[in-house]
Each structure stands twice: as structure tokens, then as C-alpha cells.
Design a protein around this ligand. Structure first.
Ligand code: CP
Ligand code: NVA
Length: 307
């Protein structure tokens, strides 16, 4: 089993399914008022270079519900790369805490910290990947349908969400159709690795430029912002580039009465209309809730808890 939770492609289907099973169990327990103290006395450092609502709060609340606690570190406090090298920061944290969640621009930075750390490092989003979000998304899909029989469509920017969905679908052998402009396909190295894994798992991964084609007959339609954190200077350009990829009622009508998914935050009126985001098929708050349960299960798994 890998030490770190950085990319879903490093994990086996067996491990990911075990985490999802435990996430379901933890959700039921919490809804019944039960908070198993499986991480009593454990500490989690959280380093965020970018803003966050969901990832920050769900990791902090999650570990405290399990009996542990979290410590938030801001870049200006730590000075990674200016005050101290990433490796030295990771080695120091390994002496004091049990795990590290890192949200960074550079994916290589999380990998560098993980290779220096002796504690598990969890990717809380990088420019390349957002694996914790996909675990919550898979939990959400599994609450509505049989994952292996579901057709999942992703429409919009081939960004960290599209990349992570590709890895999740590849490992678990799912059907995922991605529609993006040709200039903004998911990262080449991610597509290559996902295709290799799909060759073994039987996943059906499909890409096109046509959102209607991707959505036709889909059971779940996912989108994400056109302008991710750090790309704000390109917002006008991106609004024009992606204008045919908006998830609106007309596009959704092409699906098989699909459920609507979005990792949030949303740029309402850009990649998705209010009508669809707030509509009866929307699962956005289930996804947001499941961040808590999925990440508690990830923490337990990485920290060797056998519930
Ligand atoms: N979906 C998600 O990761 O939200 P935050 O950026 O608020 O953490
Ligand atoms: N693609 C978005 C996801 C936010 C959770 C971003 O990176 O800003």
C-alpha cells in the first residue's frame, strides 16, 4: 500500500473500495450520533497555498470527530522554498505530527514533500490532481447507482478534476466520457497512465470535443470551473473558449435524466446555470457532505486504523 494519498493511479481498486466502504460506514455512524475515536491523540498538519472551504473544514472537523486534531499552516508562516526547503519542512513535520495535507500550486512540490516525509502526505489539491474530491464523488455516485454500470460524463476544462476523475475511473474500471476543447484536454501524462490502467481494469475512457456526445445517455454529468485557482488572469479568455461547454438545461436534456455533479466552488452562470446547479437532479451538497466521510476513511486507512 502506498504511504501517501497523492494520485489515485498509485492505488489499487481493492484499497479504494475499502476506503469507500468505510466512508459509507462512517457516514451512517455520524448520522446516528456515533463518533468512533479511532485517531485519538493523532495530529494532522494542513498546509494550504490556495484558498479552501471544503477541504480545510472537512479535514479539520474530520480528524477531530475521530479524536485527533489539525494544525493549519499558511505559506507565509512556513516560507517553503524561501525560509526552508520543502524537504526540511516535511522532515520536521514528520517528527511531530502523524500526517500532512498539502494544497499547492505545483504537484511536484507535494511529491517532493512526500518523498522527504516519513508520515503520510495527502494531496488536498494541486494544479494537476484533486484525489480527495474524487473519493467523495465516487461515494456520492455509489449512493445513487451501481458504480460499475454508471455512465459518467465530464464537460468543461480538462483540469485537475478531469485528471483525477480519469484516474479514479481507470482504477475502478468505470465508464467516463470527457468533453473538452482540443486545446484543454486532460494532461497528456494523465491520459497515458489512465489508458494503461484501463487496459487492465476494463475501464471505458472516452474523450471528445462534443459535450452533447459525452452527455448522451449519461447517468451522471459533472462539471467544474473554467477558471481554476491561479488562472484568474485568463478568466475572460476562458469564458469565451469554453462557452459551448456550459452545463445548462438544454445540455442536460440530452442525458438519461442524469444527476448533476460539481466539486464547488461554482462560478454560477459560467460553467453551470443556477437552474441546473440548484435543480432537483443536483448532488452538489451530497458531494460536499461526503468530503467529510471520505476523508475520515482516507485518514484511517493511511494511519493504519483497522476499524
Ligand atoms: N471542492 C473543494 O476542494 O473545495 P475547496 O476549494 O473549498 O476546498
Ligand atoms: N479546478 C478547481 C477545483 C476547485 C476545487 C480549482 O483548481 O480551482
Amino acid at each position: 500500500m502506498p504511504k501517501d494519498f497523492i494520485a489515485l493511479c498509485d492505488w489499487s481498486a481493492e484499497d479504494l473500495l475499502a476506503i469507500l466502504d468505510r466512508a459509507r460506514e462512517l457516514k451512517e455512524l455520524l448520522h446516528g450520533g456515533v463518533r468512533p475515536q479511532t485517531l485519538q491523540g493523532r495530529s494532522l498538519a494542513m498546509f494550504f497555498e490556495k484558498p479552501s472551504l471544503r477541504t480545510h473544514v472537512t479535514f479539520e472537523a474530520g480528524i477531530s470527530q475521530l479524536g485527533g486534531h489539525a494544525i493549519l499552516l499558511r505559506p507565509e508562516q512556513v516560507g517553503i522554498g524561501t525560509r526552508e526547503s520543502p524537504g526540511d519542512v516535511a522532515k520536521n513535520l514528520s517528527l511531530w505530527v502523524d500526517g500532512l495535507v498539502a494544497r499547492t500550486f505545483s504537484h511536484a512540490l507535494v511529491e517532493e514533500m512526500a518523498s522527504a516525509a516519513t508520515i503520510p502526505v495527502i494531496n488536498g489539491l494541486t494544479d494537476l490532481l484533486h484525489p480527495c474530491q474524487v473519493m467523495a464523488d465516487l461515494q456520492t455516485i455509489g449512493e445513487r447507482a451501481d458504480l460499475s454500470r454508471s455512465v459518467i460524463a465530464y464537460v468543461g476544462d480538462g483540469n485537475n478534476m478531469a485528471n483525477s476523475l480519469l484516474y479514479g475511473a481507470a482504477v475502478l474500471g468505470l465508464e467516463l466520457r470527457i468533453a473538452t476543447p482540443a486545446s484543454h484536454r486532460p494532461a497528456h501524462r494523465v491520459r497515458k497512465r489512465a489508458d494503461e490502467i484501463a487496459g487492465r481494469s476494463g475501464a471505458r475512457l472516452h474523450w471528445s470535443e462534443d459535450p452533447a456526445e459525452a452527455v448522451r445517455g449519461a447517468n451522471f454529468v459533472y462539471t467544474d470551473v473554467w477558471t481554476s485557482m491561479g488562472q484568474e488572469d485568463e478568466r475572460d479568455l476562458r469564458k469565451s473558449l469554453f462557452r459551448n461547454y456550459q452545463l445548462n438545461a438544454e445540455l442536460l436534456a440530452q442525458s438519461d435524466e442524469a444527476f448533476v455533479m460539481h466539486c464547488l466552488p461554482a462560478h454560477r452562470g459560467e460553467e453551470i446555470t443556477d437552474e441546473v446547479l440548484d435543480g432537483s437532479r443536483s448532488l452538489i451538497f451530497d458531494q460536499a457532505e461526503n468530503r467529510l466521510h471520505a476523508q475520515k476513511a482516507i485518514l484511517e486507512h493511511l494511519l493504519g486504523v483497522n476499524p
